[in-house]
Design a protein around this ligand. Structure first.
Ligand code: ADP
Ligand code: MG
Length: 321
């Protein structure tokens, strides 16, 4: 899809020491939304920027899009420094903003044509009809934007972001307020784009969403990146579960066979039960119960607590504070 992908730089986006301080206004004090962010996003990936509301995701995206001025730091987009080479860096990304802003007076076809014109795409190179069709808006090309549902507006915004065939597409909270069916379609389309060589960056505050879509995930909180790793590595860290085994006779120490078992952590609770924390990828509850049994512990009761993904995410955020 994008010719630029052939001579792709190692990093689609390379951010160093990025700070953003919003000035005080209307009684609100000044706000440091980004506190020196370093973030390198490999080309070809579907990269998730995950964080709770107010973390700084949109600020970062809007700086990439050229909509918000950074306070300090450097941003390279597709190898082009944003300050030294603003035109090329801007031409290298398409951004789908979080807000569904569309001019109500233009039809999707007109909106696409205007956007292509803004980026200097020649008439013969425009992809208005093929993009709108691929986005399921083939029968809406000539209706007023007012007649579009929220999901259709989102898709039109994706079309607009792709009008100049950028090698990098950024989606800010693309599934906020989007129903399940549309979400599916959207993800299918995003995957296809990625397979055709487009680097995808999406922000979300849902871990499940990042888990489903992304091959690499960074977590941002209070303007600081607290994790940035391949999805599998992150999930391994998050995929921990605790089982509490209540023995007939209270324990004071962890039996050796359990204490030395690789891949699990053991502890004695205040009421003499055995708490084992393990990764579901590495151990099963059955194995742990067998181990406990063969250590000579008679089991009265077993309870498991599985941190929901959101819960675990909050723990990770708290851990980084
Ligand atoms: P996210 O997209 O992760 O929810 P934002 O980047 O929108 O986070 O916001 C990060 C912080 O910056 C928040 O505390 C928010 O209130 C503040 N903020 C965002 N935009 C502005 C603005 N235009 N003026 C002042 N503060 C802002
Ligand atoms: Mg946001």
């Amino acid at each position: 899809m994008s010719t630029a992908a052939q001579d792709a730089p190692e990093y689609a986006i390379d951010i160093r020491g990025l700070r953003k301080v919003y000035a005080a206004q209307g009684g609100e004090p000044e706000k440091e939304a980004l506190k020196g962010v370093d973030l390198a996003i490999p080309h070809g990936s579907i990269f998730g920027l995950l964080g709770p509301n107010g973390a700084g995701k949109s600020t970062l995206i809007n700086i990439l899009a050229g909509l918000v001025n950074k306070t300090s730091g450097s941003v390279r987009i597709w190898g082009f420094d944003q300050d030294a080479n603003p035109r090329m860096s801007r031409a290298s990304i398409g951004v789908v903003p979080q807000e569904l802003h569309l001019d109500p007076f233009f039809t999707p076809r007109e909106a696409m044509e205007i956007q292509a014109g803004l980026y200097g795409v020649k008439s013969g190179d425009r992809r208005t009809e093929s993009l709108l069709t691929a986005l399921g808006l083939g029968d809406k090309m000539d209706v007023g934007a007012r007649a579009l549902s929220g999901g259709m507006k989102r898709r039109l915004l994706i079309g607009k972001a792709l009008a100049h065939s950028p090698p990098v597409l950024i989606l800010d909270e693309p599934t906020a307020g989007v129903d399940i069916d549309l979400r599916r379609q959207l993800w299918d389309y995003v995957r296809k784009l990625n397979e055709s060589g487009v680097t995808i960056i999406l922000t979300t505050h849902y871990l499940e969403e990042a888990e489903e879509m992304c091959d690499r995930i960074a977590i941002i909180n209070h303007g600081t990146v607290i994790a940035n790793e391949p999805k599998t590595a992150l999930l391994d860290r998050l995929d921990r579960k605790t089982v509490t085994i209540v023995p007939i006779t209270s324990l004071t120490t962890v039996p050796n066979t359990l204490a030395t078992q690789a891949g699990i952590q053991t502890a004695i609770t205040t009421d003499g039960a055995l708490a084992i924390t393990y990764s579901r990828r590495e151990a099963s509850l059955g194995t742990l119960l067998e181990l406990t049994h063969s250590a000579g512990i008679e089991i009265r009761d077993v309870t498991t607590s599985e941190a929901g993904l959101e819960r675990v995410f909050l723990d990770l955020v708290a851990e980084a504070k």
